[in-house]
Design a protein around this ligand. Structure first.
Ligand SMILES: [Zn+2]
Length: 113
């Protein structure tokens, strides 16, 4: 499928793990790959749902950084971190937004909008 990140088009595709880009060397495998010049994000087929999801997030972080023109030291480490933790962070964010009242004077608001 095609996605748009800040006006940059990316093709997201699933591929067999034995393709050259996902298994470039005997001792090297990629669960996913983001090709910046080609605008292609490739995700290995046949992994568990949680590993697939982590891999999709990992590659999307690469694509977002590129599409917004960011350069980050330790990008791979950051992508690994968000790949494994972003779902939990978003779940906690949702819980906190529901569970904590951040509106300083909700009582005084008349909701007149
Ligand atoms: Zn990476």
């Amino acid at each position: 499928m095609e996605i748009d990140i800040n006006g940059v088009k990316w093709l997201v595709e699933a591929a067999d793990g034995e393709t050259k880009k996902l298994h470039p060397k005997k001792d090297r495998i990629n669960l996913g790959l983001t090709e910046y010049c080609e605008g292609i994000i490739t995700i290995r087929q046949g992994m568990s749902e949680s590993v697939t999801r982590s891999t999709v997030i990992h590659e999307l972080i690469h694509a977002f950084l590129f599409s917004f023109g960011y350069e980050v030291n330790g990008e791979e480490s950051m992508c690994n971190f968000f790949g494994s933790q972003a779902d939990r962070i978003m779940k906690l964010t949702d819980e906190i937004m529901k569970g904590v009242n951040f509106n300083a004077d909700r009582e005084g608001n008349t909701e007149s909008n």
